[in-house]
Design a protein around this ligand. Structure first.
Ligand code: IMP
Ligand code: MG
Length: 190
Protein backbone atom coordinates (compact mmCIF):
# COMPACT_ATOMS: atom_id res chain seq x y z
CA UNK A 1 0.00 0.00 0.00
CA UNK A 2 1.36 3.40 -0.97
CA UNK A 3 1.55 6.10 1.68
CA UNK A 4 -0.19 9.25 0.40
CA UNK A 5 2.13 12.20 -0.31
CA UNK A 6 1.29 15.17 1.94
CA UNK A 7 -0.01 18.22 0.02
CA UNK A 8 2.92 20.27 1.30
CA UNK A 9 5.34 17.95 -0.52
CA UNK A 10 3.43 18.37 -3.78
CA UNK A 11 4.56 22.00 -4.11
CA UNK A 12 8.08 20.73 -4.54
CA UNK A 13 9.27 20.20 -8.14
CA UNK A 14 12.09 17.87 -7.07
CA UNK A 15 14.32 17.09 -4.12
CA UNK A 16 17.67 18.85 -4.16
CA UNK A 17 19.14 17.64 -0.85
CA UNK A 18 17.56 14.50 0.63
CA UNK A 19 17.22 13.79 4.34
CA UNK A 20 20.13 11.33 4.09
CA UNK A 21 22.29 13.86 2.25
CA UNK A 22 21.46 16.49 4.88
CA UNK A 23 22.63 14.15 7.59
CA UNK A 24 25.94 13.34 5.86
CA UNK A 25 26.53 17.02 5.11
CA UNK A 26 25.97 18.05 8.71
CA UNK A 27 28.32 15.24 9.85
CA UNK A 28 31.08 16.65 7.65
CA UNK A 29 30.50 20.26 8.71
CA UNK A 30 30.53 19.30 12.39
CA UNK A 31 33.86 17.51 11.92
CA UNK A 32 35.36 20.58 10.22
CA UNK A 33 34.08 22.91 12.94
CA UNK A 34 35.24 20.59 15.70
CA UNK A 35 38.76 20.47 14.21
CA UNK A 36 38.86 24.26 13.82
CA UNK A 37 37.94 25.12 17.39
CA UNK A 38 38.89 22.21 19.60
CA UNK A 39 42.25 23.57 20.70
CA UNK A 40 41.35 27.26 20.73
CA UNK A 41 41.16 27.61 24.51
CA UNK A 42 38.37 30.15 24.02
CA UNK A 43 34.60 30.07 24.38
CA UNK A 44 32.69 29.29 21.21
CA UNK A 45 29.34 30.96 20.68
CA UNK A 46 27.07 29.76 17.90
CA UNK A 47 25.01 32.68 16.59
CA UNK A 48 21.91 31.18 15.02
CA UNK A 49 20.24 33.40 12.45
CA UNK A 50 16.48 33.13 12.83
CA UNK A 51 14.30 31.73 11.53
CA UNK A 52 15.67 29.62 8.70
CA UNK A 53 18.79 28.25 10.39
CA UNK A 54 16.95 26.70 13.29
CA UNK A 55 16.78 23.04 12.10
CA UNK A 56 20.34 23.15 10.73
CA UNK A 57 21.77 24.71 13.90
CA UNK A 58 19.93 22.16 16.06
CA UNK A 59 21.40 19.27 14.04
CA UNK A 60 24.88 20.81 13.97
CA UNK A 61 25.17 21.55 17.68
CA UNK A 62 24.23 18.00 18.64
CA UNK A 63 27.19 16.67 16.65
CA UNK A 64 29.73 18.93 18.35
CA UNK A 65 31.41 17.65 21.48
CA UNK A 66 32.98 21.04 22.22
CA UNK A 67 31.41 23.19 24.89
CA UNK A 68 29.39 25.73 22.93
CA UNK A 69 27.08 28.56 23.88
CA UNK A 70 24.01 29.55 21.88
CA UNK A 71 22.80 32.97 20.87
CA UNK A 72 20.19 34.07 18.37
CA UNK A 73 19.93 36.98 15.99
CA UNK A 74 17.20 37.96 13.60
CA UNK A 75 18.28 39.95 10.58
CA UNK A 76 16.82 40.78 7.24
CA UNK A 77 18.43 42.30 4.23
CA UNK A 78 16.78 45.27 2.61
CA UNK A 79 16.03 44.37 -1.01
CA UNK A 80 18.63 45.52 -3.50
CA UNK A 81 16.03 47.96 -4.87
CA UNK A 82 15.64 49.69 -1.51
CA UNK A 83 19.30 50.33 -0.75
CA UNK A 84 22.11 49.41 -3.03
CA UNK A 85 24.51 49.54 -0.08
CA UNK A 86 22.80 46.38 1.21
CA UNK A 87 21.99 47.55 4.72
CA UNK A 88 20.55 44.97 7.06
CA UNK A 89 17.87 45.34 9.68
CA UNK A 90 18.64 43.66 13.01
CA UNK A 91 15.39 42.91 14.83
CA UNK A 92 16.92 40.64 17.48
CA UNK A 93 20.46 41.36 18.56
CA UNK A 94 23.18 39.73 20.63
CA UNK A 95 23.10 41.09 24.13
CA UNK A 96 26.54 40.50 25.60
CA UNK A 97 29.61 42.59 26.27
CA UNK A 98 32.24 39.87 26.58
CA UNK A 99 32.89 39.35 22.85
CA UNK A 100 36.62 40.12 22.98
CA UNK A 101 37.30 36.68 24.53
CA UNK A 102 34.94 34.80 22.28
CA UNK A 103 34.94 32.98 18.94
CA UNK A 104 31.68 33.61 17.11
CA UNK A 105 30.32 31.13 14.60
CA UNK A 106 27.41 32.56 12.64
CA UNK A 107 25.06 29.82 11.43
CA UNK A 108 22.98 30.62 8.34
CA UNK A 109 20.59 28.61 6.19
CA UNK A 110 21.51 29.92 2.74
CA UNK A 111 23.62 32.59 1.07
CA UNK A 112 22.18 34.30 -1.96
CA UNK A 113 23.38 37.86 -2.80
CA UNK A 114 25.78 37.65 0.16
CA UNK A 115 24.53 40.95 1.60
CA UNK A 116 23.16 39.59 4.87
CA UNK A 117 26.26 37.70 5.97
CA UNK A 118 28.69 40.24 4.61
CA UNK A 119 27.07 43.03 6.65
CA UNK A 120 26.47 40.89 9.69
CA UNK A 121 30.06 39.67 9.95
CA UNK A 122 31.27 43.25 9.52
CA UNK A 123 29.00 44.36 12.36
CA UNK A 124 30.18 41.57 14.68
CA UNK A 125 33.85 42.16 13.87
CA UNK A 126 33.36 45.83 14.76
CA UNK A 127 32.27 44.68 18.21
CA UNK A 128 35.71 43.15 18.65
CA UNK A 129 34.89 39.48 18.91
CA UNK A 130 38.11 37.45 18.95
CA UNK A 131 37.04 35.79 15.71
CA UNK A 132 33.96 35.72 13.50
CA UNK A 133 33.41 32.79 11.17
CA UNK A 134 30.38 31.75 9.16
CA UNK A 135 28.78 28.40 8.46
CA UNK A 136 26.03 28.10 5.88
CA UNK A 137 24.10 25.01 4.98
CA UNK A 138 23.55 26.10 1.35
CA UNK A 139 25.20 28.59 -0.96
CA UNK A 140 24.09 29.95 -4.34
CA UNK A 141 27.37 31.50 -5.53
CA UNK A 142 25.97 32.40 -8.96
CA UNK A 143 23.64 34.93 -7.27
CA UNK A 144 26.37 36.91 -5.50
CA UNK A 145 26.14 40.70 -5.55
CA UNK A 146 28.89 41.32 -2.99
CA UNK A 147 32.04 39.28 -2.41
CA UNK A 148 31.46 36.83 0.38
CA UNK A 149 32.92 33.40 1.03
CA UNK A 150 31.69 31.38 4.04
CA UNK A 151 34.22 29.55 6.22
CA UNK A 152 32.10 26.39 6.27
CA UNK A 153 29.61 25.43 3.55
CA UNK A 154 27.34 22.41 3.31
CA UNK A 155 26.59 22.48 -0.41
CA UNK A 156 26.61 24.88 -3.31
CA UNK A 157 23.41 24.79 -5.34
CA UNK A 158 22.23 26.28 -8.64
CA UNK A 159 20.08 29.38 -8.92
CA UNK A 160 16.76 27.86 -7.87
CA UNK A 161 14.33 28.89 -5.15
CA UNK A 162 14.53 26.20 -2.50
CA UNK A 163 12.32 25.29 0.45
CA UNK A 164 12.47 22.97 3.43
CA UNK A 165 14.89 22.22 6.28
CA UNK A 166 14.15 25.70 7.65
CA UNK A 167 13.86 27.50 4.33
CA UNK A 168 10.53 29.10 3.59
CA UNK A 169 8.41 30.68 0.93
CA UNK A 170 6.03 33.14 2.65
CA UNK A 171 6.73 31.37 5.97
CA UNK A 172 5.58 28.00 4.60
CA UNK A 173 7.54 24.75 4.01
CA UNK A 174 10.13 25.22 6.80
CA UNK A 175 9.16 21.84 8.27
CA UNK A 176 9.94 19.74 5.19
CA UNK A 177 12.64 17.24 6.23
CA UNK A 178 14.54 17.73 2.94
CA UNK A 179 15.47 20.63 0.66
CA UNK A 180 13.41 20.86 -2.50
CA UNK A 181 12.97 23.21 -5.43
CA UNK A 182 9.68 25.10 -5.20
CA UNK A 183 7.44 24.63 -8.23
CA UNK A 184 7.51 27.77 -10.34
CA UNK A 185 3.74 27.94 -10.62
CA UNK A 186 3.55 28.48 -6.85
CA UNK A 187 5.41 31.78 -6.93
CA UNK A 188 4.61 32.85 -10.46
CA UNK A 189 0.84 32.43 -10.23
CA UNK A 190 0.23 35.83 -8.54
P1 IMP B 1 21.31 37.31 0.96
O1 IMP B 1 21.50 38.54 1.83
O2 IMP B 1 20.81 37.69 -0.41
O3 IMP B 1 22.51 36.42 0.89
O4 IMP B 1 20.07 36.61 1.59
C1 IMP B 1 20.06 35.40 2.19
C2 IMP B 1 18.67 35.18 2.73
O5 IMP B 1 17.70 35.16 1.68
C3 IMP B 1 18.57 33.83 3.39
O6 IMP B 1 18.87 33.91 4.76
C4 IMP B 1 17.14 33.44 3.13
O7 IMP B 1 16.30 33.96 4.15
C5 IMP B 1 16.77 34.11 1.84
N1 IMP B 1 16.88 33.19 0.68
C6 IMP B 1 17.74 33.26 -0.33
N2 IMP B 1 17.55 32.28 -1.22
C7 IMP B 1 16.52 31.54 -0.75
C8 IMP B 1 15.85 30.35 -1.23
O8 IMP B 1 16.16 29.77 -2.28
N3 IMP B 1 14.84 29.88 -0.44
C9 IMP B 1 14.46 30.48 0.72
N4 IMP B 1 15.07 31.58 1.20
C10 IMP B 1 16.09 32.12 0.47
MG1 MG C 1 17.44 33.70 6.34
Amino acid sequence: MDTPIPALYNDCAYTLVSTEQISRTVDRLAAEIQATYENSGRRLVMVVILKGSMPFAADLMKRLTLPIELEFMKVSSYGAGTKSSGEIKVSLDLNRDDLQDIDLLVVEDIIDSGRTLSRLTQLLKNRNAHSVRTCTFLDKPSRREVDFVPDFCGATIPDEFVIGYGLDYNEKYRNLPFVGVLKREIYEKK
